[in-house]
Design a protein around this ligand. Structure first.
Ligand code: DGJ
Length: 726
């Protein structure tokens, strides 16, 4: 068991393949001692050091002087001396808010307890994981807090969550309950996060942590395009392959808050969890509330090592779909090919063409139902538009399959158009506040997913469709953020629960449908990547990365996304030029190479492609099939950052180091550019590698000297090298 308890010093040590995590019960409090490279054995009691004098920082209980404000708490609270941002805030029946948590007990168990209703990491057999559960309590208010720490054999991650239970005889309310908090007693850090916007998701930003609080938050009811629920703290000299990197990823798709605070003593507190904004949760006597999980990955091999830890964890221990481990089909999606203007005949001829070019599945996007000919109408009316699909979904699916491809359908289950039969029948089923305007976003309203009746209706409606037609794939979209977040079924004192209940409702619908239809490949989407998070990945093993399929933008978006999320999670398509979002024209090969490092497909009218482009599609699909298992199971190394210059490059190496695919992209033309070499990594120094062109290199040559980069002629040069040991 990788979890140890030193009874004499009351020290817990959690060991992973690449890290140790150490805590101590001291003076009744659970304090954080260490998280970093593996420690092995030894007595860690010397690690705890107290600031003797901390002016204006209230003293903690006990005979020797110590300051609550300077102690490294494992799960910090407020109101009794720690003045930094807390992980937990409560409101008690007497109106007071102070909470003080002391150790009450612990257990170390095999396996991992389920978290009902929330996405969670999992193990097939109890012996694959161990969980430390530390129970803390506020003895005055009778609040019990169980902190869960799960570690998986062979993985470098610790997964945390908190479970609160009201053990008193009076009601209380949770105002803030984060999933994880780490107090670093000293050290300088850079903070890295992923920010963006629609069509520009997950760009990487890095800055030194300075005094005060840096808050990354979503108040949109979705994890959002703007900020992703992942961040990292790294040593200032850390790069892709070396240096200490601490990653935090929240398994949640709604409002989140992640913060980094550098305090007056230069201690750093990093936290993540559900945003406390507009949040409260009532706990009657005996009731519980559990936070989502947060995955914490440490690597002393830089950002690359950290990403590798997340990729393996998410692929093996988070994604629940049977599709996680199966080769995904190469798809063609008709959205940018036709938008709303299509019918059965067009889709069938696209499927025929797709089959000829080696594409395996046709996805019918938005516009197939009710009167949906633009985005002003019909969301919620999940029945076929008979003008477009005269024989309905079943006939279309059968015809598409007869062409030799699979068939997928787009839905946007959580939404309703005011102009729809559903809305006319149930105007109270949307989020709304009586007397206020019902704010539209893309002409649509949100169904109140906190209502069990709405969720049941969706489950039955979507099940009916998936039962009636042979559908292989569902694209699950979500095209606006939440407003008027108020539920007709919740009492006024329960309205603080609406945002989280919305998420729990969505998760219930996803959970039921993905379990009921395990053969269906579910793809997440939210106007591109507005809900690209580890919560969604539990249900949908791939997510539409961005509506922006421009080659250059995709190199940036996919590079940033790869910090936390595996390549298999990133749905990536080749579209036409000029690109519909940026107007830029990049070569077909450039776009293809970028898209291939993801769940690959096309988003264009195959029937309008030139013969030359068709030949290229056939070549790309054939290449992808040869490289697919390497790309989905291999280890990613980022070689050049598109956020630092005019190029992007990465490579994927098989676990045994015998195969590698190197991808290089150069954006602007550089007249008379210097000769340049791309140094590789992760290979066996002594092995002899052969490229598809027949060139041979030793691993040492490739890693130390590198590959000659092509001379750039014109804009947007790309190059790929597929290397195998002889
Ligand atoms: C937004 C998605 O990101 C697009 O791919 C497409 O499915 C549209 N919605 C359809 O409305």
């Amino acid at each position: 068991m990788p979890i140890r308890y030193d009874e004499t010093n009351r020290i817990f040590q959690i060991d992973t393949a690449t890290s140790s995590y150490v805590m101590q019960v001291w003076n009744g409090f659970l304090l954080h001692l260490y998280w970093g490279a593996p420690l092995g054995g030894g007595d860690h009691a010397y690690m705890l050091r107290h600031r003797g004098r901390a002016s204006f920082s209230p003293a903690g209980p006990g005979s020797s002087p110590w300051s609550m404000d300077a102690a490294p708490f494992e799960y910090p609270t407020s109101g009794t001396g720690d003045m930094r941002a807390p992980a937990l805030e409560m409101l008690y029946a007497d109106g007071s808010r102070a909470t003080e948590l002391t150790y009450a007990g612990h257990e170390i168990i095999m396996g991992k307890p389920e978290i009902p209703g929330l996405p969670h990491t999992n193990c097939e057999r109890p012996e694959d994981a161990g969980t430390l559960v530390v129970t803390l309590e506020d003895t005055v208010k009778k609040l019990e807090v169980k902190l869960f720490y799960t570690v998986f054999e062979g993985y470098g991650a610790v997964v945390r969550s908190a479970l609160l239970t009201n053990r008193s005889s009076e009601p209380m309310a949770v105002l803030k309950c984060l999933s994880a908090s780490i107090d670093y007693d000293c050290g300088d850090y850079d903070e890295i996060h992923l920010h963006g916007s629609w069509a520009r998701e997950r760009h990487l930003e890095r800055a030194r942590v300075t005094h005060g609080i840096k808050l990354l938050e979503s108040r949109r009811g979705a994890s959002s395009h703007a900020l992703n629920p992942f961040f990292a703290l790294v040593a200032p000299d850390a790069g892709e392959q070396r240096g200490e990197a601490y990653g935090f990823a929240l398994l949640y798709s709604g409002n989140f808050a992640a913060s980094v605070e550098l305090d007056q003593y230069a201690s750093t507190r990093a936290m993540t969890g559900i945003s406390p904004w507009c949040f409260s949760w009532g706990l009657k006597p005996g009731e519980s509330f559990q936070s989502p999980e947060a995955a914490l990955v440490f690597s002393s091999e830089g950002l690359g090592g950290m990403s590798h830890g997340f990729h393996r964890l998410f692929r093996d221990r988070l994604c629940r779909s049977p599709w996680q481990s199966k080769p995904r089909p190469v798809v063609v999606n008709n959205w940018e090919a036709t938008y709303f203007d299509f019918d059965e005949a067009k889709l069938v001829s696209l499927a025929k063409k797709a089959k000829q070019l080696g594409i395996e599945l046709l996805v019918m996007d938005d516009g197939w139902f009710a009167r949906r000919n633009d985005d002003t109408t019909s969301l919620g009316d999940w029945f076929e538009n008979r003008e477009k699909l005269p024989g309905g979904l079943k006939q279309l699916a059968e015809k598409v399959k007869a062409c030799g491809t699979g068939f997928g359908v787009w839905f946007e289950p959580e939404m309703v158009s005011p102009d729809s039969e559903l809305y006319r029948a149930h105007p109270d089923w949307c989020l709304h506040i009586d007397g206020r305007r019902r704010t539209l976003g893309r002409n649509q309203l949100l169904l109140d997913m906190s209502r069990p009746d709405v969720c049941d209706y969706l489950i039955e409606t979507l099940s009916g469709i998936l039962e009636k037609a042979p559908i292989d794939y569902v694209k699950w979209d979500f095209n606006r953020n939440l407003t008027e977040v108020h539920s007709a079924l919740l009492p006024k004192e329960g309205q603080g629960e609406a945002y989280h209940r919305f998420m729990l409702g969505t998760y219930r619908v996803l959970d039921t449908l993905t379990k009921r239809f395990p053969q269906v490949l579910f793809e997440g989407c939210s106007g591109g990547g507005g809900r690209f998070d580890a919560g969604m990945l539990y249900y949908t093993p791939q997510i539409w990365t961005s509506d922006d399929t421009d080659g250059v933008e995709r190199v940036k978006i996919q590079y940033g996304t790869s910090l936390a999320y595996p390549l298999t999670a990133m749905s990536a398509h080749v579209s036409v030029t000029p690109n519909h979002q940026t107007g830029r024209a990049t070569p077909f090969s450039f776009r293809g190479l970028a898209a291939m490092t993801g769940a690959f497909g096309y988003e264009l009218d195959l029937e309008k492609l030139s013969e030359e482009d068709c030949a290229e599609v056939s070549e790309q699909t054939a290449n992808f099939r040869r490289w697919q298992s390497l790309l989905s199971e291999g280890r990613l190394y980022r070689l050049r950052s598109p956020f630092e210059g005019n190029e992007g490059a990465w490579m994927v190496v098989s676990e045994d180091g015998k195969k590698a695919l190197v991808s290089y992209f150069c954006f602007e033309a550089r007249p008379n550019a210097p000769l340049d070499r791309l140094r590789l990594t992760g290979l066996h120094a002594e092995a002899l590698y052969r490229s598809e062109e027949g060139d041979e290199f030793t691993g040492a040559q490739l890693m130390n000297f590198g590959l000659h980069l092509p001379e750039t002629k014109g804009e947007y040069t790309s190059a790929a090298w597929y290397l195998r040991t002889k």
